[in-house]
Design a protein around this ligand. Structure first.
Ligand code: CMC
Length: 429
């Protein structure tokens, strides 16, 4: 195969190298384009831009394939756990028994936040959104571990990673307790990762929360399915911040902010709000579908569509199945699940959605599982953030440890006013 592309600019032919990935996806390397020709490329929203080479996660959006370090998401969802998957993403391999114990012990050792951090929680109003608290507190964590910032005493990356992965769920649970005026519940070393999170969310000083195994498994699955998704908005943000050599905690806090928006992680909250609105209005979903197709309505079918998947999101398939199983097990009937199923059925048979290849994404059914577990709606995106943490850490590590990393610094096409003189205030009209 020819491994260069030829670009004709005003009759001048420029050869650009073609780069091929391990799954045969191809890119034209344009890094020398501006030097050679004076031109840059323009790609609003980066829909066609490869921003890096990465060994972590592979997605084939046309075929609906997602693999972490080569392993299909379906296999991991069936056989693995969130902590194992975190090890896989961050360290590059599934842990053997000894490595898994060491990693789990490190998570347990680092699960309690510095006691002084509790004062920071006091400063937030009780109605503060937990995503705002989460990003602030993740960033604040670096203040309590000066070795993170000191270039001479660089702490072992794995310790930093374990601290972040472990404490994100402690911070998340404390944020929730604060918003409800409830006392903070400390982590319990004997509990595994997800059971410990549920304990910190729902136990009380006078009563231990007894989580059913199916509930723990369902939430662990949600974490696992969110663990990485290559260069999405928040992960690209983490890499961008990391490229300036900012520390891991600052980079992850930026990832939380990027995730918050309703077009990204905030979609899980938006889906539930949409379903609840439809239910309240007495609509069977058809009016909403009509509005979502009308650009002037400003509405979208939340939980549908994806920049990369032009097929059913493989995570949505897994979550939908688990959602049915969990609700049956808990003997819960949820009218919002019925509405979701009706919307899906209507949308996948509607030419508007079919032509645009809009299918349910991971957020379409995850909220119904979280609701069944008792997680309040404002915590949905926080759950996504806990799940995505291994992916952010693995991507941070890839940027940080690659000696060839340059600071991420895109260019632009300027469309503002051309040069003009300064006018003094008296002469301005
Ligand atoms: N409902 C109605 N129309 C839609 C939707 C939707 N959910 N999503 C896309 N479209 C239309 C869009 O109006 C456009 O139509 P046209 O070609 O006529 O102008 C076409 O489909 C292409 O959409 P786009 O906005 O150019 O696609 P994008 O790749 O920029 O956006 C997206 C992807 C996920 C932001 C978008 O599909 C969306 O807003 N979905 C709803 C929000 C959502 O569920 N987000 C979670 C994404 S998955 C989890 C995550 O990664 O965070």
């Amino acid at each position: 195969m020819n491994n260069t592309a030829k670009l004709n600019i005003n009759g001048q032919i420029h050869e650009l190298p073609i780069v091929e990935g391990s799954e045969h996806e191809k890119a034209i390397d344009i890094s020398s384009l501006r030097n050679k020709t004076g031109y840059i490329t323009l790609d609003d929203g980066y829909g066609n831009t490869g921003s890096c080479r990465s060994e972590i996660t592979f997605i084939d959006g046309e075929k609906g394939i997602l693999r972490y370090r080569g392993i299909p998401i379906e296999e991991l969802a069936e056989k693995s756990t969130f902590v194992e998957v975190a090890h896989l993403l961050i360290m590059g391999k599934l842990p053997n028994q000894e490595e898994l114990k060491r990693f789990s012990d490190l998570l347990t050792k680092n699960e309690t936040i510095h006691e002084d951090m509790k004062f920071h929680f006091e400063g937030f109003p009780s109605h503060a959104h937990p995503m705002a608290i989460l990003s602030s507190m993740i960033n604040a964590t670096s203040c309590f571990y000066p070795e993170i910032l000191s270039s001479e005493r660089q702490e072992d990356f794995v310790v930093q990673a374990a601290r972040l992965l472990s404490q994100v769920r402690t911070i998340a649970a404390f944020a929730y307790r604060k918003s409800r005026g409830l006392p903070a519940i400390y982590p319990k070393p004997s509990y595994k990762y997800t059971a410990n999170f549920l304990h910190m969310m729902f136990s009380n000083p006078y009563q231990e929360f007894d989580a059913e195994p199916e509930v723990i498994k369902a939430l662990d699955l949600i974490f696992l399915l969110h663990a990485d998704h290559e260069q999405n908005c928040s992960t690209a943000t983490v890499r961008m911040v990391a490229s300036s050599k900012a520390n891991l905690f600052a980079s992850a806090a930026a990832g939380v902010c990027a995730l918050w928006g309703p077009l990204h992680g905030g979609a899980n909250q938006a889906v539930l709000e949409m379903l609840a609105d439809i239910h309240r209005s007495g609509d069977d979903g058809s009016k909403f579908i009509a509005a979502a197709k009308d650009k002037k309505s400003g509405k979208r079918l939340m939980g549908f569509g994806h920049r990369v998947y032009k097929n059913y999101d493989p995570r949505a398939k897994i979550i939908k199945k688990r959602c049915d199983q969990l609700l049956a097990k808990l003997k819960r009937v949820d009218p919002l699940l019925d509405i979701a199923k009706k919307l899906e059925e209507a949308a996948i048979n509607d030419p508007y959605f079919v032509e645009r290849k809009l299918y349910p994404n991971v957020d379409f059914y995850s909220g119904i599982i979280m609701r069944a577990i008792g997680i309040p709606i404002e915590m949905f995106t926080v759950i996504f953030a806990i799940g995505r943490m291994p992916g952010w850490i693995a991507n941070y590590r890839e940027v940080h440890e690659n000696l060839e990393t340059r600071i991420y610094r895109p260019r632009q096409i300027y469309t503002g006013l051309t040069q003009r003189p300064y006018v003094s205030v008296k002469e301005r009209v």
